[in-house]
Design a protein around this ligand. Sequence first.
Ligand code: F0G
Length: 359
Amino acid sequence: SEFEGRGVWRYSAALPFESGVSIEEGDTPLYTVPGIEDDLGLADLRVKHEGMNPTGSFKDRGMTVGVKVADELGVGRLACASTGNTSAALACYGTRAGKQVLVLLPAGKVAAGKVAQASLHGAKICEVDGNFDDCLDVVAELANRGEAYLLNSLNPFRLEGQKTIGLEILEQSKAETGAYPDRIALPVGNAGNTAALYKSFRELVAAGAMDESEMPKLTGVQAAGAAPMVEAIENDWNEVQPWDEVETRATAIRIGNPVNAPKALPGIRATGGTAVAVDDDEITDAQRALAREGVGVEPASAASVAGVRKLREAGEISADEHVVCLTTGHLLKDPDAAAAAGSEPVSVPADADGVLDAL
Ligand code: F0G
């Protein structure tokens, strides 16, 4: 191979540097899920599990590039607003690069695993009395005042790294199924991945490596309680109307003002994709179904599978499609949600008969 790097950096030809602040992110598995594939009646269904990255989410792909840029710029303090995963990744990569890391989290609305990661990796954690969108407003002002370098997905270098999700899916799909997928379904919060995948497709088309007609249909899935992108697609709006009040069990995508919508809406439309909202129970059902295939994901991630189920049942996805669902974060990110979705432990005495009696 002409690429010396591994994971994300195998694609350095598509990135602004040859190497970054890296702990070997990327190169995540594309799992088969035969039970769900059968259940949904799809020709081919695979799951790209981004929970298998070093800090357990796709954010690592963005941070390996974004923190490298910060390092080159020589800035001292890195900051982000976060529903949790961005804060874990920034804490990890920023600290590794020797930077001060500041993270703003919506108080009481971030899953336990993510706060634990941000904390142990060395971030200064501020819990804000407000939602994610409020946190982002504050951190953007800090960045504007020159007090910190912003590493949310508003930072275009983050999305450069996240493009490699698209490149890997295309490469793995071609190698394992002989074709590019017809559709990629993904959970949408700020719509950074939607924008990044679309950019990866456009660059391949521009380079003559892919025909425009081969671009997989980008299919965004939001939680019903935080679905401004779905509203914009359904109403054929060119802009998203931000939602002030948002709520969902999938706290990672509890976002009312998707900042990358201007880049993501054209991607959904140009690829012939769509956007769909799923309720929290549909998300939990999908999380269970994935877990029973051996794929452990956090609630937001399961939204991609829940969305494909919904579109398949509505007849909007046909049986002959090859579909890839992006699962963005690991099950252990949100142990409380996992325990609530799983079965209750039973108390037994410390003897074999007691255990057998309980079966
Ligand atoms: N899935 C997970 C697990 C996430 O953590 C996020 C975003 C998304 C999906 C949405 O991705 O923004 O590219 O549409 N989490 C951010 C955070 C907001 O702070 O960790 P998107």
